[in-house]
Structures are given as structure tokens and as C-alpha cells.
Ligand binder design. Structure first.
Ligand code: NAP
Ligand code: F7E
Length: 347
């Protein structure tokens, strides 16, 4: 179905989800606009395949005046608010900035829409997160208790409530997508999946011996970003706005993530020791491939996230298509290709 004529704005378009959502919306015939941070000059290469089809606007989510001006110019039918300081660990180091972008950034967008009287014409997607559940036990549903355990999650919870407030107070078509972790070859290098798949690729060609990690016990519900952006789009196509969890329903520890990633290069790990002394060892060569580094632990972590996607499945018809193993294998292969290219080019 062609949706020619619909205009969408993606904030955070240069991030992982921005990439997959751009591909999806362009494929559906949208006129696409993206918000890009003004002071980051080399950040649009990730969008290379689509750059000539997207209109980019330099604007920080901390700049309310610029947001209003751009929204007035574009008057989008749909806004996908993906822009955020999205690193949970880093949010402990930069809590004020994280709050400014993740919480107040959302407020600025909603208030601009209200000031421009676009609340009845522009639909709004908010990138909410499973982190808002904190230590509430799994499986987490749309009715589970919120108990954020980081400045990142606290700021995202503020934005979550704001979206509901604007929906109920002013009739906005505004939805929260409460997304559990989703990964891909476009994932940032600081997130644990990408850190591990990149290390595995390097270890596979003998460029690295071992990867240092923090909390190996943390359990996450890891899906593929390409599947999750479909859910975002579906939320904005519903007659009524609402809040939905997108998740796989499967939880795995960081240790299990390592097992799967190392199996992609034919390495089977055996785990010995406990706590800081724990190590992942290559069963055959006996070489240490995973170590624990206390410095990589967060002041407070979320131990067990596993979402229940029933509502999205039943009301949106959303399905995840990619398995955990397929996702991690794709990431390892992509990291291997990058590495081989670098080795050929730079030696
Ligand atoms: P990401 O790769 O870190 O992308 C974040 C985007 O936000 C980047 O384009 C970044 O720009 C932009 N940004 C950061 N600070 C900004 C600012 N001050 N003004 C304007 N833009 C700014 O994140 P992602 O994985 O694609 O996630 C997309 C959204 O979903 C985020 O809001 C994240 O918090 C949320 N979320 C993600 C997951 C997940 O597992 N991926 C799960 C739940 C929720 P630069 O490229 O210039 O830094
Ligand atoms: O950590 C543990 C870490 O940084 C996952 C963001 O997209 O998903 C993401 O947040 C777990 C944590 O993602 C390392 O302590 C162990 O328990 O990959 P992560 P995250 O914190 O779950 C949510 C849903 C979002 O909304 C966020 O925007 O892995 N862990 N060792 C490690 N984590 C990292 N980064 N690095 C390590 O060395």
C-alpha cells in the first residue's frame, strides 16, 4: 500500500532505530524528515543508503524554539520521537543532560504541537522503554509496576506519563511504545550485544584475546530492531492511541549472550569461578575469552527484564520475526565483514 503524501518526522534518525524506521517509512512512500543534532558533524553516514530521500533538520531536542520552528515548517502527520541519550550506564554520569533530552525533549515536542494547534492532526510515537519497570519481576506487562533504577529510566518514565497526560487532557493521538532491548548490526558499540559481537569477530581473526564485561547475570529480552520499528508504525495507524509493549517474551543472561556469540566462531565456552573471578574459557584451547571487570558494573542495575507482548500481538497484529540466535549471528557476521574490510585496506 502506498501512503504517498504522508509526512513523517523522526527525531534520533541517525541512531539504530532511526535507520530501520527510515527504511520502513520510505518503503511505504512517506515524505521523510529527520532531526539531527547540530554540533555532531559526521553523524549522517549511517543513513547513507537513504540520504538523498530524507530532509534533515539540524536541531537539538534541548532547543524548544528550533523545534517549534521546524514543526511549523513541516507540519508532519506523524512524529516518531526516538531522539535520546540512550545509554543507561552513562545516564549515571550525565543525569541532568539525560533528563533534559529524554524527559524535557518530549515535553518540548508536545508543547510545540499544542502551541501550533497540531494536536488533532499530528500523531506522536514516544520511544519508551522496559527500563521503566526496573526491578518489577517478569514477565512485565502494560499493567506492571514502574520502578525506574537509573536517571535514564526516570527521565523516560516522566516522558511516558507526559504522553498519557497529553492524550487524556488535549486529545493527542500519542502512544508509548514500551520496547524491550532490540539489537542489530546498527547497534551502538557501547551496548553489551554489540560489544560482545565485535569482540568475538576480533577474537576470531586473532586481533584480540578476550572481552571484559560487567554484570554477567543481568537478564534481558533481546529482539531485532527491524521487527520493532514495524510495531512503532502500527501503533500510529490505529484509530485510538494507546501504550504497547514490544518484546519477544524470552529472557537470556549476558552469559548466555556470550555463549551464542562465541558459538558463531566455533568456540564453546565453559564458565568457571564466581563474581569478579568468573571467567568464560574456550573449552578446547583453554584460553580465557571473557573476564569480569568491576569497573563495568553500574551503581544500580536492572536484573531481569522479560516482556509480555500479548497486547501488541492481539491489537496490532505485531509479530517478531527474527530469533535471538539469528540476530546475534547477523551481528557477528556484520562485524566480521567490517573487520575483514579494515584488514584488507589498512593491514
Ligand atoms: P541510539 O542508537 O542511541 O540513537 C539515539 C538517537 O538520538 C541518535 O540519533 C542521537 O543522535 C539522538 N540524540 C541524542 N541526543 C540528542 C539531542 N540532544 N538532540 C537530538 N537528538 C539527540 O538509540 P536507539 O537504540 O536507536 O533507540 C531509539 C530510542 O528508543 C531511544 O529513545 C532509546 O532511548 C529508546 N529505546 C531503545 C531501545 C533499544 O533496545 N534500542 C529499547 C527501548 C527504548 P547522534 O547520532 O548524533 O548521537
Ligand atoms: O546493557 C549488562 C548491563 O547497555 C544490558 C538501551 O537501548 O536497552 C538498552 O539498555 C545489560 C545491563 O543495554 C556490560 O549492566 C554487562 O544489565 O546493552 P546494555 P540496557 O542497559 O539494557 C533498554 C531497553 C533501553 O531503553 C536503552 O536505551 O548488560 N552489561 N557488561 C553490560 N552492558 C554494557 N553496556 N557493557 C558491558 O560491558
Amino acid at each position: 500500500m502506498s501512503l504517498m503524501g504522508k509526512i513523517a518526522l523522526i527525531t534520533g534518525i541517525t541512531g539504530q532505530d532511526g535507520y530501520y524506521l527510515s527504511a520502513l517509512l520510505l518503503g511505504k512512500g512517506y515524505e521523510l524528515h529527520g532531526l539531527v543534532q547540530p554540533l555532531v558533524y559526521d553523524d549522517t553516514h549511517t543513513l547513507a543508503p537513504f540520504l538523498d530521500q530524507i530532509t534533515l533538520h539540524r536541531c537539538d531536542l534541548c532547543d524548544g524554539g528550533a523545534i517549534t520552528r521546524i514543526l511549523n515548517e513541516i507540519k508532519p502527520d506523524e512524529i516518531y520521537n526516538l531522539g535520546a541519550q540512550s545509554h543507561v550506564g552513562m545516564s549515571f554520569d550525565v543525569p541532568e543532560y539525560t533528563t533534559n533530552v529524554n524527559a524535557l525533549g518530549t515535553l518540548r515536542l508536545l508543547e510545540s504541537l499544542r502551541a501550533l494547534k497540531l494536536e488533532n492532526t499530528t500523531r506522536f510515537y514516544q520511544a519508551s522503554t522496559s527500563e521503566i519497570f526496573g526491578d518489577t519481576p517478569p514477565p512485565q506487562t502494560e499493567h506492571s509496576l514502574f520502578n525506574p533504577r537509573s536517571p535514564y529510566a526516570s527521565a523516560k518514565l516522566y516522558a511516558y506519563h507526559l504522553v498519557k497526560n497529553y492524550r487524556e487532557a488535549y486529545g493527542f493521538h500519542a502512544s508509548n511504545g514500551i520496547l524491550f532491548n532490540h539489537e542489530s548490526p546498527k547497534r551502538g558499540y557501547d551496548f553489551v550485544t554489540r560489544k560482545v559481537t565485535r569482540a568475538v569477530a576480533s577474537i576470531g581473526v586473532g586481533q584480540k584475546e578476550c572481552v571484559d564485561l560487567g554484570n554477567l547475570n543481568a537478564i534481558r529480552d533481546w529482539g531485532h530492531a527491524a521487527d520493532y520499528v514495524e510495531g512503532m508504525w502500527l501503533m500510529l495507524q490505529q484509530e485510538q492511541a494507546d501504550d504497547y509493549i514490544l518484546a519477544t517474551g524470552e529472557g537470556r543472561s549476558v552469559r548466555e549472550l556470550c555463549d551464542v556469540a562465541f558459538s558463531c566462531i566455533g568456540v564453546s565456552l565453559t564458565w568457571i569461578g564466581e563474581g569478579e573471578e568468573e571467567k568464560g574459557i574456550d573449552r578446547l584451547s583453554k584460553q580465557v575469552r571473557v573476564r569480569v571487570d568491576q569497573k563495568l558494573f553500574r551503581p544500580l542495575d536492572v536484573e531481569n527484564l522479560r516482556g509480555d507482548p500479548t497486547k501488541a500481538q492481539e491489537k496490532l497484529g505485531w509479530r517478531r520475526k527474527t530469533s535471538f540466535k539469528e540476530t546475534i549471528t547477523e551481528m557477528v557476521k556484520a562485524d566480521q565483514s567490517c573487520l575483514i574490510y579494515d584488514i584488507k585496506r589498512f593491514g
